[in-house]
Ligand binder design. Sequence first.
Ligand SMILES: [Zn+2]
Length: 234
Amino acid sequence: MKKQLEILIQMQKFDTVIGEKNILTRELPQQLNSLKQSLKDADEAAAATKSELDENLKDQKLKELDIADNNAKSDKYKNQLLTIETNKEYKALNSEINHLEKVNSEIDDELIGLMEVESELKERLEEEKKSQKKASDELKANEEKLEKEIQEVRKDIEDLKGKRNVLAIELPRDLIRRYAALIKNKNRKAVTFNDNNACSACGYTIRPQVAIDIKEAESVIYCESCGRILVAHL
Ligand SMILES: [Zn+2]
């Protein structure tokens, strides 16, 4: 029986390391995804600002065209003024010219507003390009390393499981099943030690008779509280 208990202790050592590595198989891909997500976010932010900037420049062009159109019209009217004969016509044309100038002055104000926004957008885009570069550099620096680590951890887990399973061959099937159930349900801890007459996993006090049984190791002893396999320190 002592031999079986020693095997269980060894299996637990493997399962403890497997548990730690299982955490890594979740954390490492998360790290990688978060680097990828940062780059994606930075790309999207820069693309959105770029399209806002393009729109702004397009608006500015349209407004400049409007101003040019109005100026052309106004020039034409001014020339017509020279050939006008009646006072009424003169007044009408003059009022049209004034109107066009007023419209142009409004468009000018709008253009100034657009140019202010343009310069803000350009500054923002510069910052976003820096973030993009930073995110891209960080991903480049870590992607390969993380992917390699993920592969290694997965392989380590397979190796450890292999070693644990080889040990298990020497145990009776019902004990393997009980051990496996404890690993599954008890936070990957199936084997616990008598630590100064307390279970090292749950802290439950071990009765003197049970402590003797553990020491004699004639049978598998389970913690009366948490149900884990209790063994003496080797
Ligand atoms: Zn316990």
